[in-house]
Ligand binder design. Structure first.
Ligand code: ADP
Length: 209
């Protein structure tokens, strides 16, 4: 199954994508994770992307489109995948249409008032897990023991810029995919497990077809 997770920053796309990936054995493709890995490793791509990410702006379309096109050609994508954070603009969605036939777009809707608290309280682990300080976690990852950290772009000022970018550039994708009859709405204001169940049901129904 070829799935897109759509939603504002802090909607829970990354958390849900990690869980779905484990449960259904589908590769989790996060353009944000790929870009951050390149920044950490100091690659040319990372240097190019860093200033955009730090400002809460989008990395140019042609850069991310190339990344995703390369990734989708790898053998593990033959039976499907979960796209998290891509596409983020109509131009990216049009480019994706040229190389893939998407089966469903899950739109994780969340109230704007929840977002800033969710993101500024977010703590990440290199293993791919993420947590919220309200979970009562310590400094290390309960799953693997590595030290948790806050993403540089999870500071309040940057979060506001990211929300604005979402509204103007990414939200139009809801209409784009609604016109193709692909959108399934999920209530991202619910607890993580409930959101996960809603998404699992979408995949189970698809697999029964
Ligand atoms: P979130 O969904 O929490 O905003 P991501 O990890 O998906 O975070 O993305 C972080 C940043 O990486 C974005 O603010 C943007 O700068 C860049 N980025 C990620 N994916 C894309 C994309 N498809 N197009 C352009 N920029 C992207």
């Amino acid at each position: 199954m070829k799935l897109i997770l759509l939603g504002a920053p802090g909607a829970g796309k990354g958390t849900q994508a990690t869980r779905i990936s484990d449960k259904y054995n589908l590769p989790h493709i996060s353009t944000g994770d790929i870009l951050r890995k390149n920044i950490k490793e100091g690659t040319k791509l990372g240097v190019q992307a860093k200033s955009f990410i730090d400002a809460g702006q989008l990395v140019p379309d042609e850069v991310v489109i190339n990344i995703v096109n390369d990734r989708l050609q790898q053998a593990d994508c033959n039976n499907g995948y979960i796209l998290d954070g891509f596409p983020r603009t109509v131009a990216q969605a049009e480019a994706l249409d040229k190389v893939a036939k998407i089966d469903a777009v899950i739109n994780i809707a969340v109230d704007a008032s929840l977002i800033v608290n969710r993101i500024t309280g977010r703590r990440m682990c290199a293993c791919g897990e993420s947590y919220h300080i309200s979970m009562g976690i310590g400094d290390t990852c309960p799953k693997c023991g590595a030290k948790l950290y806050q993403r540089d772009d999870d500071k309040e000022e940057t979060v506001k810029a990211r929300m604005q970018v979402y509204d103007t550039q990414t939200a139009p994708l809801i209409d784009y995919y609604t016109a193709k009859n692909l959108v399934i709405d999920v209530d991202g204001g619910k607890p993580l497990n409930e959101v996960f169940e809603q998404i699992s049901k979408v995949i189970d129904d698809y697999n029964k077809k």
